[in-house]
Design a protein around this ligand. Structure first.
Ligand code: SAH
Length: 465
């Protein structure tokens, strides 16, 4: 029987979706932070739960060649990243394995290989940061699993200009004595510093999330922030609610534009503070190109893009489709999507603000027969009713873009039980140094496998049922 505070010897046999190593001890799965593949440890058991335990490395018995010195000095404290202690190759292998295992074990597939596209750089890639401010006036990121703020001077995954903007707001806060927000008492003003950067355009947005209606000394703040190259939008977001949601409903521009622009797949997108936009622009472009290659359009097809956000994938698909319908539940995102279509001069798209399930059921009832359906749902995946509606519309292809391999695999299994076969699956890393991973899979209604439809021969990954 596993005992707390006791030391056990164990070997890493896998990784969790949060990037923790998994060791088997006495029939228990013990989750271990900062683990490397195949390493053997002396572990101290720190916590024992119903299904799993948590351990801490006391001594590394066999050291993995994948273990490297952490470039980020905050890596052990900050809850933002998970893999600074590993080579990027090892990180990619863990992610690749995770997607493949999910599709095989939970998705009922028998893939023997699955390609992954790593990022060209692990640094400066992330275009959005929400720096929390704590009651002591510290600004940084939360320690893993807590609301303790780890003060951070320089975050390596962000472009330097974003840290620079954070620093300016932080100095202004101290200089003019703006009270930092205290979660415990729900008092104080500054809650979060929200920063966005368009990697292709260089445009930058700073939004101060406040528990108040206004801030003092706006001019001073604006004069300092507006000196930063690319500064395009400075706004206040009013959030007087208790709880963890970062942004409140009301955003007020105090300088410049309401949104910034970025370019993706030769199109221009407007991004307001609340709109969803993939955090790694360069890798998002690759992900979308893979999805578009899976859709394999020649200008004659009608396409449906469920969970379309601001229409990024929808508009990329439109170039080679007869028409595309985008469906998204957030009103502001649909407004952005329509505006994005207009600005890019794309006319063969229509956008609906609706729940994907309800819209899919309605469109199926109305007899919609899209040739291809693209889905890009949030982590919880697509619900059973959406699967049902998709099956009723009988698209030849379903292209599924996913940020959670487990729910992707669950949904792939359901679609395969309803006459689809998995014809392609691959992963694209949008989140270097962090445990998240994106995947794109293609399901086809015909029982034949079209390997030639996939652009890159080497990335073809097929199975027969
Ligand atoms: N394809 C877009 C957005 C993907 S993120 C892009 O790549 O940029 C997932 C999107 O699904 C979010 O915009 C979210 O608001 C939306 N969403 C979440 N639940 C939904 C639902 N039930 N119905 C429709 N859209 C939903």
């Amino acid at each position: 029987m596993l005992k707390k505070n006791e030391i056990y010897r164990a070997v890493v046999s896998g990784f969790t979706s949060e990037g923790l190593g998994v060791c088997r001890v006495d029939g228990y799965a013990v989750f271990v932070p900062n683990a490397a593949p195949d390493e053997e440890y002396d572990l101290r058991i720190e916590h024992i739960g119903k299904t799993a335990a948590y351990g801490k490395i006391v001594n590394i018995i066999t050291r993995s060649p994948a273990r490297v010195n952490r470039e980020c000095p905050y890596a052990k404290l900050c809850g933002g990243c998970d893999f600074w202690h590993l080579s990027y190759e090892a990180e990619l292998e863990i992610k690749r394995q995770r997607v493949m295992d999910a599709l095989n074990r939970l998705g009922g597939q028998a893939l023997s290989f699955l390609p992954i596209t790593g990022a060209k750089t692990c640094k400066n890639y992330r275009n959005k940061a929400q720096y929390p401010v704590n009651a002591d006036g510290k600004v940084g990121f939360f320690k893993k699993g807590t609301h303790e703020v780890v003060p951070i001077e320089r975050c390596l995954i962000l472009p330097e200009c974003m840290d620079e903007a954070k620093k300016i707001v932080h100095s202004w806060m101290r200089q003019v004595r703006v009270k930092p927000y205290d979660e415990g008492t729900h008092t104080g003003v500054l809650r979060h510093i929200f920063v966005r950067h368009g990697a292709a355009t260089g445009q930058m947005m700073v939004c101060l999330v406040i528990n108040a209606d206004d801030i003092p000394q706006k001019k001073l703040l604006i004069s300092e922030l507006s000196k930063l190259p690319g500064m395009t939008s400075i706004s206040l977001n009013i959030n007087k609610r208790k709880g963890n949601a970062v942004l409140g409903d009301e955003t007020r521009v105090i300088w410049g534009e309401e949104a910034i622009e970025d370019r993706l797949c030769d199109l221009t997108f407007r991004i307001s503070p609340r709109a969803f936009y993939q955090v790694n622009r360069d890798q998002a472009e690759i992900l979308y190109q893979k999805a578009i290659a899976c859709a394999d359009l020649n200008g004659t097809q009608t396409v449906m893009d469920l969970y379309c956000g601001t229409g990024t994938i929808t508009l990329c698909l439109a170039k080679n489709a007869k028409s595309v319908i985008g469906v998204e539940v957030i009103d502001a995102a649909i407004e952005n999507a329509k505006e994005n279509a207009r600005r890019n001069g794309i006319e063969n798209v229509r956008f609906f603000c609706a729940d994907a399930g309800e819209a899919a059921i309605r469109l199926a009832k109305e007899g919609a027969l899209p040739d291809v359906i693209v889905v890009d749902p949030p982590r919880k995946g697509i619900s059973a009713d959406v699967i049902e509606a998709i099956v009723q519309m009988q698209p030849k292809k379903v292209v599924y873009v996913s940020c959670d391999p487990a729910t992707l695999a669950r949904d792939v299994k359901l679609l395969c039980q309803r006459g689809y076969i998995l014809t392609h699956a691959e992963a694209v890393d949008l989140f270097p140094r962090c445990s998240h991973i994106e995947s794109v899979v293609c399901l086809s209604r015909e029982k034949t496998v079209h390997s030639e439809q996939i652009t890159d021969e080497s990335s073809v990954c097929l199975k027969k049922r």
